[in-house]
Design a protein around this ligand. Structure first.
Ligand code: ADP
Ligand code: ZN
Length: 427
């Protein structure tokens, strides 16, 4: 579809959606009334800026049914957030909402080269988490033979992967790295498995981590993005160019705003991603602030898709740590570790001692490093600390720890422990 065609479709759907929400969601109608905006004020796509934002706090306030835009009798399912940053949010789906969501996931699988000849192993968690159900539905729609594994039980994952000849792997990037590590431990080489592609998302991961996973599994690794509030994974997905994720613009309207002022920023600016779901029936959020920071670009893509692309979110605005006044994202530290030849097994600990912030980075050594002399290990710690300082501008204490001492993740990895929270410091 041409860009103009997409915009025309978006405007038509937006007008209908704003009317639907205004008529059916008292919570949002009140917000619109407070601002003096009515559904008929949406005449062009730019008029979306007249609408109020929604945030996770609104969803918590309206919990559980306050944002529901249709009768319960029309709803067939709920899903819920992982609760990474607080109380869980519950989202509702009609059958049609599920069809569209699964269609979006199917597009991600096709963009990664999937067809009905593929064997698709889904090891995102099933249940309330959207990862498993979303990719499972997408895999069915493509006609892949679907292995609904859910997360965990890595021995069984590997057995099924090898015995059934899985060709596509869907899970979090941290779990993909763990599966890669486990295969190697069992004596498998990357060419021993039949995998060709992986569809990894639900948490931030770096280009360095992508290369590491691609090497260890012998695949091409594609990014997929989404959040429960907008349905789940599949809001955007990577194509073979692997330079950002195409947003399914026929279903979602994306904006980038200044997170402090709420002002809409021009294309190419870095800011907070805001989504409006254009055709959801049960849980249609307008101008939902994701707190994910990224950039949108409309440059022509070699794959031929015309949907706008979003860059990898570098982390949520609430993942950002301010350490000694410097903004730090865990992904920056991850990039340095992998560049320096370490595996993505690390933990970041931030604290405040004598009124000064401390940054400790615990990183696992390989078996080979571990058997080295204490002197050499200390030297390595210093070298890594210097590389991190060069990236961030602040000095960390680096602790190289024994292999297998940092807990592996089967779902979303926990990378940061911020002990300053116990001091009641607003970070
Ligand atoms: P929670 O907010 O509790 O983690 P979700 O499971 O709905 O709930 O997670 C959605 C969030 O996960 C997104 O807002 C984003 O921060 C993160 N996320 C999802 N996919 C990606 C991805 N491909 N890259 C980076 N972050 C992602
Ligand atoms: Zn593309």
């Amino acid at each position: 579809m041409s860009h103009e065609g997409i915009r025309a479709l978006q405007l038509e759907k937006l007008q209908k959606q704003v009317r639907h929400v205004y008529d059916n969601v008292a919570y949002y109608r009140n917000l619109m009334d407070e601002r003096g905006v009515k559904p008929e004020d949406i005449v062009t796509l730019e008029d979306i800026a007249k609408l109020p934002f929604l945030s996770k706090d609104d969803l918590r306030e309206a919990y559980p049914y306050g944002m529901l835009a249709t009768d319960i009798k029309n709803c067939v399912r709920i899903q819920s957030t992982s609760g990474t940053t607080g109380k869980r949010v519950v989202a509702f789906y009609t059958q049609e909402d599920i069809e569209i969501w699964e269609e979006c996931c199917a597009r991600a699988i096709v963009a990664a080269g999937g067809t009905n000849e593929d064997v698709c192993q889904v090891c995102y968690g099933y249940g309330l988490f959207t990862g498993g159900p979303g990719l499972n539905g997408g895999s069915h729609k493509v006609g892949c033979l679907t292995l609904p594994m859910s997360s965990g039980n890595t021995d069984r994952q590997i057995q099924f992967m090898m015995d059934l000849g899985a060709t596509i792997l869907c899970c979090t990037p941290s779990y993909a790295a763990y599966i890669g590590e486990s295969l190697k431990e069992r004596g498998y080489k990357p060419e021993d498995n039949k995998l060709k592609a992986g569809i990894f998302g639900a948490e931030p991961w770096t280009e360095e981590m992508r290369r590491d996973i691609e090497r260890s599994l012998g695949i091409k690794a594609y990014d997929i993005y989404g959040l429960t509030e907008t349905s789940g994974p599949g809001v955007s997905f990577e194509c073979e160019e692997q330079t950002g994720m195409h947003i399914n613009e026929d279903h979602f309207l994306a904006e980038i705003i200044d997170p402090d002022t709420g002002e809409v920023l021009p294309e190419g600016s870095k800011g907070e991603l805001v989504f409006t779901s254009l055709d959801k029936e049960a849980f249609p959020l307008l101008r939902y602030r994701t707190r994910d920071i990224c950039v949108l670009t409309r440059e022509k893509c070699s794959c031929g898709r015309t949907f706008v692309k979003m860059s990898k979110p570098m982390g949520r605005s609430d993942d950002m740590m301010i350490i000694r006044g410097v903004n730090v994202f865990p992904s920056q530290i991850e990039a340095v570790l992998l560049n320096e030849g370490y595996a993505p097994n690390y933990l970041i600990e931030v604290d405040r001692v004598n009124n000064s912030d401390t940054l400790d980075v615990f990183v696992e050594m390989s078996e080979e490093y571990f058997s080295d002399t204490v002197k050499n290990i200390t030297k390595r710690e210093k070298a890594l600390a210097a590389a991190i300082r060069a990236m961030l501008g602040i000095s960390p204490s680096v602790h190289l720890v024994a292999p297998k001492t940092i807990e592996r993740s089967e779902g979303k990895a926990v990378r940061v422990i911020d002990k300053r929270k116990r001091l009641g410091i607003n970070i």
